[in-house]
Design a protein around this ligand. Sequence first.
Ligand code: APR
Length: 232
Amino acid sequence: MDKIVILTGAGISAESGLGTFHDEDGLWTKYPLEDVAMPEGFARDPALVQTFYNDRRKGAAEAQPNAAHFALARLQADWHGEVVIVTQNVDGLHEAGGALDVIHMHGELAQALCAFCGHRWPAPAEMAVNEPCPSCNGPGGRPDVVWFGEIPYHMDRILQHLDEADLFVAIGTSGQVYPAAGFVQEAAARGIPRLEMNLDPSETSPVFTEHRIGKATKTVPVWVREMLAHAP
Ligand code: APR
């Protein structure tokens, strides 16, 4: 077994103090996603959307990576083969924990995107309504996060990695949002082992071949130790 592809979701950052989305007390129970995570919501009320992401950017900047983020970085560094981390998270905690070449399929809070010309630049701590784009000077600055109805980033690369993987692992994701929720099906179609590490069984649990239920800060470091101990 050489190549491992790992998909992470909000659950891996929960113990760093960042909220999850679809859980009982998740973010989408407090803020309707139609208002803050859809292009139509941004067109309707850009101030509300910028404030929502400004708060989340601040929260992410203040958060610390936890034992699960550090363990994945260690696996990447010490594994004899390739470890690809694909994340739905926009918080940057994988990199803060030492991970490399993380694929951010839902964008990053630390980046800004011009809705007019597509230019990207490091987001200021607070983005304003009509945030000016440093490239086209238009007032099109928005958070560089993928909203519902938009196409996630780097899909070609991710599918290529899945096609080459010997093991697929999903950590802290509820399996409710596609296309990420469909990655386990891709792995199943190729017949490779599929491990889920989550607090509860997810929507896609039946498609996995192994389950480790519990908090990511407990399950992930144990799994990484086992992988490194049994590596050839
Ligand atoms: N350890 C492991 N798993 C946890 C922990 C924890 N400490 N805390 C919560 N979880 C699990 C929950 O049980 C849940 O199944 O993490 C999962 C989080 O699910 P979601 O809130 O749906 O987050 P995610 O799957 O990342 O959401 C996908 O939806 O709204 C969009 O763009 C947003 O990227 C996000 C996408």
